[in-house]
Design a protein around this ligand. Structure first.
Ligand SMILES: Nc1ncnc2c1ncn2[C@@H]1O[C@H](COP(=O)(O)OP(=O)(O)OP(=O)(O)O)[C@@H](O)[C@H]1O
Ligand SMILES: [Mg+2]
Length: 353
């Protein structure tokens, strides 16, 4: 009999970080991977942002409230906002066609496979869930897709392009944006500045253009502010545009991360546990936001532990366990899948039908 982790399949009881808590990656490997090294490995993601300790909502003396409609009346009209936020870029894949194809990827750490021959695809316009118990390889999968790790085997093809040796920043430019399991923002910058930085990824001004402040530079800077305000309004935090990111509530920081990712006008938005630490009301609001993002023309890959959220918002779900794909189907199919139930409830292999 193989012991499995017994994460609660249906309830909210999966351990999530609370506001103010800095969540650590779980590096305790399942026994199938053998012994883990004594020290946890370094963070796989680039450490260029400032860690934030979220503060209580609306701290009275630091709260800065902006009236978005006073800045631009168009921001009072949700349709106009959605129009500004919608992706405008050319894409090789048509709606409903394969946008991302992950084929047989393996990612190893010191000989242990965090991902083992995993294949799945994402259609353009879809919300795809990526689920699995702690340590199943979900974040590693994001890291392999976004160029943080190079798979030792297998390929990733995105919008018709083999990612192979493409570097992280080039992958962002090609159209894959992500948020992180632990919130990463520039805490000393305002919410608007954080988003405007995201739009930089799409800018064409050279360093020389920025230094000499060419007309294109001014235009792009102006566009970044306009689009940044629309993005903040879209995710529901425009009134906090002038607030330092570190002063935002935890939920608003998570929304800001999504706005910043959308600022790059991604063809694919990857969200790593966006609802971690949320209460049920916040989770419901987040589900609405994810649907709204898809309806606005984006494709979404969602890692999430909360089954109610995943089942309620995704079109299809891929399930990982111990680095392997154990299921792929609609939420209804996955919910009934014996291997998935076993993975979550700790049923012995012998009992799986
Ligand atoms: N940089 C690394 N070096 C060594 N091992 C790693 C590294 N990153 C991840 N791992 C291991 O790979 C496995 C998968 O980790 P990963 O973070 O992808 O899991 P996860 O499904 O995202 O889990 P969680 O739900 O806890 O976030 C784990 O056993 C983890 O310890
Ligand atoms: Mg993870």
């Amino acid at each position: 009999m193989r012991h499995r982790r017994s994460d609660d399949w249906t309830s909210d009881s999966v351990q999530q970080p609370r506001p103010g808590e800095v969540r650590q990656q779980t590096y305790a490997a399942p026994e199938v991977h053998g012994e883990r090294p004594a020290d946890p490995p370094p963070s796989p993601e680039p450490v260029r942002t400032q860690a934030i300790t979220p503060e209580p909502v609306d701290t009275p003396d630091t709260t800065v409230i902006v009236d978005p409609a006073a800045i631009d009346p168009a921001l009072a009209d949700p349709e106009a906002v959605a129009g500004i936020v919608a992706p405008q870029r050319e894409m090789a894949s048509a709606e409903g066609e394969t946008l991302l194809e992950v084929d047989g990827i393996t990612v190893e750490f010191g000989g242990l496979a965090a991902l083992d021959d995993v294949s799945f695809d994402i259609k353009r316009g879809e919300i795809l869930g990526l689920i699995g118990p702690n340590g199943a390889g979900k974040t590693t999968c994001f890291n392999a897709i976004t160029g943080v790790y190079r798979p030792s085997r297998g390929t990733v093809v995105f919008d018709g392009k083999l990612l192979g040796k493409v570097k992280q920043h080039q992958i962002t430019r090609l159209g894959i944006a992500r948020t992180f399991q632990n919130v990463r923002l520039w805490g000393e910058m305002t919410a608007l500045e954080n988003v405007a930085v995201g739009t930089d990824a799409r800018h064409k001004t050279s360093v020389v253009g920025a230094v000499f402040r060419t007309p294109r530079h001014y235009r792009e800077e102006h566009d970044a502010v306009d689009r940044g305000m629309a993005l903040l309004e879209f995710v529901g935090i425009a009134s906090r545009a002038a607030e330092k990111a570190s002063n935002l509530s935890y939920g608003d920081q998570r929304r800001l991360e999504i706005a910043r990712a959308l600022a790059t006008e991604p063809k694919l938005l990857c969200l790593d546990e966006p609802a971690a630490g949320f209460n049920p009301r916040e989770k419901a609001a987040l589900m609405d936001l994810i649907r709204k993002i898809r309806d606005d023309g984006y494709t979404v890959l969602l890692i999430e532990h909360d089954m109610r959220l995943v089942m309620g918002v995704t079109d299809r779900i891929v399930v990982l366990e111990f680095g392997r794909k154990i299921a792929d189907g609609t939420p209804a199919e996955v919910r009934e899948n014996p291997a998935v139930i076993a993975a979550y409830l700790g049923v012995p292999d012998d009992d799986i039908a």
